[in-house]
Ligand binder design. Structure first.
Ligand SMILES: Cc1cc2nc3c(=O)[nH]c(=O)nc-3n(C[C@H](O)[C@H](O)[C@H](O)COP(=O)(O)OP(=O)(O)OC[C@H]3O[C@@H](n4cnc5c(N)ncnc54)[C@H](O)[C@@H]3O)c2cc1C
Length: 412
């Protein structure tokens, strides 16, 4: 079957929902393609609170946030294609498969919103005989919150990012004993509020500078060997200990889902793992926009919604007024692990999202000639800096700018 739309959005998570809504609000014909049976992306399985504080001024659960966004989406004319998996992409053309067969879409603008997937045991080179009982934290979350079953009775969690912390609390509430959370880095990964509410409140030990060296068990996980790491990240002999457990949850990072983006030969940024985007959230290929976790992993869904609205709006503006643009780069300097947008195109206010390379209690960020004082900079929490139109103009005139973060190093 063949279709034609002004804008086609790939992925029906919070990014895709907001992008589709904002494009439709601008009067475009819009299709939203989602491979699952329902919209919402990761949100339906995130039954904890912590969504929507900025956007709705209320602390919502993931399903509640999704419901609010879907109510807003229902007010707009967006054609939704569920159980529709995009399998191939060319500029302006999208091929998908669905229970109805092959679907082919012509699109004026394409918006990529495919989210992210979790790193697995293979990604961290975990030594094991591949027994059952090893789960990514997101898979365990789905088991508990959607399927209604437990991954085990005694768990060890690898990685102190937010998903690992939230699962430590979730399992404890369901009666699973969480022996410890093991973090390879010398500082915790997740947001401070999650460390307090998910570990401290449940007396779950967080072992920093520790790693799981071996998983014991042939058919089922029986124990793991953990050890302390030295400053070079090598296990310190004599610190090994065996921790009995019947499941191991891995919360070792998310990878933006960009196999489709690669089909378009988009310029990619190894630092974010996503496509390079300009301040319109447009990629290096004209008419292809991106938003949400596909661009860079976001801590807060509220930020995802905001940037997706921008992508939707700009995708329609391009169709109405296809002016050529000339971009200048924003480059990473000292102390910066990643940033976006990587390209600036015109003098208007822009929010630059930066990840620090290490924790700093007090820091100074410089972007081009502008500088900003910051406190409590943590790699786990994106730093968002609003540049004024004048500050962006200076960078444009200088043909680019560098972003640096300098400050007092922090222990945690
Ligand atoms: C466990 C967990 C806990 C979190 N906790 C919080 C929190 O407390 N507060 C907060 O603000 N944020 C939280 N977040 C972050 C927030 O949920 C994400 O930032 C947000 O979901 C990202 O939205 P997205 O639309 O980019 O991606 P996703 O939600 O992953 O949606 C992507 C969608 O694209 C679809 N898709 C992918 N490929 C294709 C394809 N080829 N064809 C068709 N469809 C496709 C997928 O099926 C999916 O529905 C959490 C995230 C996780 C994983």
């Amino acid at each position: 079957m063949n279709y034609s739309f002004d804008v086609v959005v790939i992925g029906g998570g919070p990014a895709g929902i907001a992008a589709a809504r904002s494009a439709a609000q601008k009067g475009a014909t819009v299709a939203l393609l989602e491979r699952e049976e329902e919209l919402g992306g990761i949100l339906p399985q995130c039954i904890h609170h912590g969504f929507g504080l900025q956007r709705f001024r209320e602390e919502l659960t993931g399903p509640e946030y999704a419901e609010r966004e879907l109510t807003l989406l229902a007010k707009e004319k967006v054609e939704i294609f569920l159980q529709t998996t995009v399998v191939d992409l060319h500029p302006g053309l999208i091929d998908a498969v669905s229970p109805q067969g092959s679907l082919h879409f012509k699109a004026g603008s394409i918006i990529l919103a495919m989210g992210a997937r979790e790193r697995t045991a293979a990604a961290i080179g975990l030594a094991s005989a591949r027994p059952s009982g090893i789960f990514t934290a997101g898979a365990a979350q789905r088991l508990v919150n959607i399927e209604g079953c437990l991954p085990g009775k005694k768990a060890v969690i690898v990685g102190s990012g937010d998903i690992g912390l939230i699962m430590a609390r979730r399992l404890s509430l369901e009666g699973v004993k969480v022996a410890c959370v093991v973090e390879i880095l010398p500082y915790p990964g997740g947001l401070l509020r999650n460390r307090v509410q998910c570990l401290d409140d449940f007396d779950i030990p967080l072992l920093l500078s520790h790693a799981v060296l071996k998983v014991w068990g042939e058919k089922r996980v029986e124990a793991v060997t953990i050890a302390k790491l030295d400053e070079a990240g090598k296990p310190i002999p004599g610190t090994e200990r065996k921790v009995p457990c019947d499941c191991l949850l891995l919360s070792v990072g998310l990878i933006p889902e960009n196999e489709l983006s690669e089909k378009l030969n988009l310029a990619m940024d190894p630092a974010t793992g996503g496509p390079v985007v300009d301040q319109d959230m447009e990629t290096s290929v004209r008419g292809v926009f991106a938003c949400g976790n596909v661009v860079a992993i976001s801590d807060l869904v509220d930020d995802v919604t905001k940037q997706a609205e921008l992508a939707g709006e700009r995708a329609v503006e391009l169709l109405r007024n296809p002016q050529s643009k000339q971009g200048v780069p924003l480059k990473m300097g000292k102390g910066v692990r990643s940033l976006y947008p990587q390209i600036l195109v015109r003098p208007e206010p822009v929010e630059v999202v930066i990840r620090a390379a290490s924790p700093m209690d007090k820091a100074r960020a410089t972007i081009g000639q502008a500088s900003f004082n910051l406190r409590n900079v943590r790699p786990a929490q994106a730093v968002k800096i609003k540049l004024s139109a004048a500050e962006v103009e200076q960078i444009l005139e200088a043909q680019g700018g560098t972003v640096e973060l300098e400050g007092e190093a922090s222990e945690n």
